[in-house]
Design a protein around this ligand. Structure first.
Ligand code: FES
Length: 143
C-alpha cells in the first residue's frame, strides 16, 4: 500500500483555502514543538457560521493536507460544528495518515479551536474554557 492515500496527495498537491483573510474575525496559530511546524487559520464569521476560512501552513505535506481538509470540513458550518472537529475526523476524511504523521492532523484541530477562541475573546463572548484545553491538559502530547 502506498504510504499516503490519494486524498492526502490531492490535498497536498492542490491545497484548498490557502491564504490570508485580511479582516479575519478570528486567527489561530499553533506550532508543534517537536517538528517546529506552524499552522495559522483565519476565520470570517457571520451569524455564528464560518463564512470563510483560509490557512497558512509552514510544515510537512501531511500538515498541509490536514489543514486543507480541515478547512473544507468547517467551511459554511456553524461554530459549534467546527469546535467538534477532531483530528481523527480529519484523518478519516483524508483516508488515513501514517502513524508517525498523526500529530500533523492535531495541528489542524488545535489551530481551528484557537481561531474560534480568538473570535470569542475579541468579541467578549462567554465560553466554556474546557472546550479549549491548554497545552498541559491536552491529551494529544505523546502521540
Ligand atoms: Fe510537523 Fe507534520 S512533521 S506537522
Amino acid at each position: 500500500m502506498a504510504l499516503y492515500s490519494e486524498k492526502v496527495m490531492d490535498h497536498f498537491l492542490h491545497p484548498r483555502n490557502v491564504g490570508v483573510i485580511e479582516d479575519a474575525d478570528g486567527i489561530g496559530e499553533v506550532g508543534n514543538a517537536k517538528c517546529g511546524d506552524i499552522m495559522k487559520i483565519y476565520l470570517k464569521i457571520e451569524n455564528d457560521i464560518i463564512a470563510d476560512v483560509k490557512f497558512e501552513t509552514f510544515g510537512c505535506g501531511s500538515a498541509i493536507a490536514s489543514s486543507s481538509m480541515a478547512t473544507e470540513l468547517i467551511k459554511g458550518k456553524p461554530l459549534s460544528d467546527a469546535l467538534e472537529l477532531t483530528n481523527k475526523a480529519v484523518v478519516e476524511a483524508l483516508e488515513g495518515l501514517p502513524p508517525h504523521k498523526i500529530h500533523c492532523s492535531v495541528l489542524a484541530e488545535e489551530s481551528i479551536k484557537s481561531a474560534i477562541k480568538d473570535y470569542y475573546d475579541k468579541n467578549g463572548i462567554a465560553y466554556d474554557s474546557s472546550q479549549f484545553p491548554d497545552c498541559e491538559h491536552c491529551a494529544h502530547c505523546g502521540e
